[in-house]
Write a protein that binds this ligand. Structure first.
Ligand SMILES: [Zn+2]
Length: 109
């Protein structure tokens, strides 16, 4: 994700992100991560250590719980329908030049 957008999220949810938190996915998921962060930021003890793209949105937290697993899974399922590049409706595809499947729309296949 572009550094400017990462900074925006970190500024908006200071308790949730560390400066060192890596947001390793493309910009199309920005709104999804914004919503997720809004939901999670209620818990002031919770930190997101890492965000990545691995068959959908994947997160690492500083703690684990069933509740967190449920939230993560629900957002992973949402991410599977959002193009990771532009945010339009998409599905999981193997993208040219990349080994890993990513969620993308018709334009970004
Ligand atoms: Zn797209």
């Amino acid at each position: 994700m572009q550094i400017e957008k990462q900074k925006l999220l970190k500024k908006k949810y200071p308790s949730l992100f560390r400066k060192s938190t890596i947001i390793d996915c493309w910009d199309g998921w920005f709104d999804l991560i914004d919503k997720l962060a809004e939901e999670l930021s209620i818990d002031k003890e919770l930190k997101i250590l890492n965000i990545m793209s691995s068959s959908g949105l994947k997160l690492t937290f500083n703690k684990t719980s069933n509740e967190l697993d449920k939230i993560e899974e629900s957002y992973r399922l949402k991410s599977l329908k959002i193009c990771e590049i532009c945010g339009k409706p998409g599905k999981l595809e193997s993208i040219r030049l990349l080994d890993l499947p990513r969620v993308c729309c018709e334009n970004h296949k």
